[in-house]
Design a protein around this ligand. Structure first.
Ligand SMILES: Nc1ncnc2c1ncn2[C@@H]1O[C@H](COP(=O)(O)OP(=O)(O)OP(=O)(O)O)[C@@H](O)[C@H]1O
Ligand SMILES: [Mg+2]
Length: 376
């Protein structure tokens, strides 16, 4: 039975993705309890109730299980055991199994391969003893920690085999995945919503560019061949089906310079490259997450018009002051989103701007103008 407005939803994690979920849920008339240990978390202040407790705090989990009709997450590194504990007494989407797969790069890649999907060549390295097995590996490569990497953190480029041992040591000798470096034509992502019954709705594909390992700009629709777009959508759908996924799922792809679509990684939640949906689509990815976990039909994923999103990182903040927001707000087709984070550290995601246009080029021109307004 569908969970209707008036009910209370639970959110594990209180970052910006949780915040935008809270906004979407409260707009629809739901209450939301957020669990996040940070008393200043972006979602906590907008929630009906914020539990500033650890993710494995049994009392807090019991409180959520008692008061929430369904629980979801915005952060794949919520301990899967906490999710399994909650799932014993309340509906939780996505499942602990889906989270476990997404939390571990090797399990994730093994899963993609088992679905018959192409990825970059990779090799799991559990300990120093495994390094010898990389003798025949197709370098150049990137060594990535198997767990807890994000925004390019926990990654070291390795041009050749000789670079591997020092790289492995610099990452703490922990379980890693060695991944072949792909010559990229571009990167794209698919954000989709999958219901408990298995219906899938995809947003238009976003094309993404990174700076310093962090997403910088996403625009939609992506400028790739229709056949590649169809292949990416098919692959994302197969991943969601293979996980019997319920909720919003994002899948990142490499488009190689020789024209192949390779699955990079997935996120079991709304994704930074789907923020454009807030201002350019009939339904946002966050409303879609509310709808999926509540057992409601998906909203329309259709796009009104071209859009380009720019991530506002802490680097944009001048020392001891704030950016000149008036210059962004003076642009009628720029939509400003700030996450309410007090401290602007370099590389920290503080907000984003969605730039609308009659074409992607026009949206990107507006984005460049805004970048130049805010340049320090
Ligand atoms: N094998 C590769 N070949 C070429 N580029 C790569 C490769 N792996 C990573 N990159 C580049 O680094 C970016 C970040 O890598 P990845 O998605 O693995 O990291 P992450 O830290 O999990 O990132 P996030 O969580 O921010 O998506 C990629 O989007 C891509 O631009
Ligand atoms: Mg990534």
């Amino acid at each position: 039975m569908a969970i209707l407005p008036g009910a209370t939803l639970g959110m594990l994690g209180g970052g910006q993705l949780g915040r935008m979920f809270v906004v979407a849920a409260r707009t629809l008339g739901y209450d939301v309890i957020v669990l996040d240990p940070d008393p200043t978390s972006p979602a906590g202040g907008l929630a009906s109730e914020h539990l500033a407790r650890a993710y494995d705090d049994r009392e807090a989990l019991d409180h959520m299980a008692t008061h929430c009709a369904v629980i979801t997450t915005e952060f794949e590194n919520i301990p899967a055991d906490s999710v399994a504990y909650l799932a014993a007494s309340v509906a939780v989407h996505p499942s602990a199994d889906a989270l476990r797969t997404a939390q571990h790069r090797r399990l994730e890649k093994d899963f993609f391969r088992a679905q018959g999907l192409a990825t970059a060549e990779y090799l799991a390295l559990e300990s120093e003893a495994d390094l010898a097995a990389a003798g025949g590996f197709p370098f150049p490569a990137i060594l990535k920690t198997a767990q807890l990497g994000y925004d390019g953190k926990g990654q070291v480029p390795c041009d050749d085999y000789a670079a591997l041992a020092p790289a492995f040591e610099s990452l703490g000798g922990k379980a890693c995945v060695l991944e072949q470096r792909i010559e990229l034509a571009c990167e794209v992502s698919v954000v989709l919503a999958r219901s408990q019954a298995g219906e899938v709705d995809c947003f238009p594909i976003a094309q993404n560019s990174h700076a310093g390992g962090i997403l910088d700009v996403s625009f939609a629709p992506a400028a790739i061949e229709p056949a590649l777009a169809a292949e990416a959508i098919e692959a994302a759908q197969r991943i969601a089906d293979g996980l019997d996924y319920c909720g919003v799922l994002a899948v990142e792809f490499f488009v190689s310079s020789d024209g192949r679509i390779l699955v990079n990684e997935m996120a079991p939640r709304p994704h930074n490259s789907g923020h454009y949906t807030l201002d350019a689509c009939a339904t946002s990815q966050f409303e879609q997450q509310v709808r999926m976990v509540c057992g409601l039909p998906a909203g329309d994923c259709g796009q009104h018009g071209p859009v380009a999103m720019w991530n506002l990182l802490g680097d944009t903040w001048p020392d001891d002051s704030i950016p000149d927001w008036g210059r962004v707000l003076a642009e009628p087709r720029a939509k400003l989103h700030l996450y309410g984070k007090k401290e602007a550290r370099p590389g920290r995601k503080m907000g984003h701007v969605n730039c609308l246009g009659d074409s992607v080029d026009e949206a990107l021109e507006l984005l460049d103008r805004i970048k130049s307004h805010l340049r320090r």
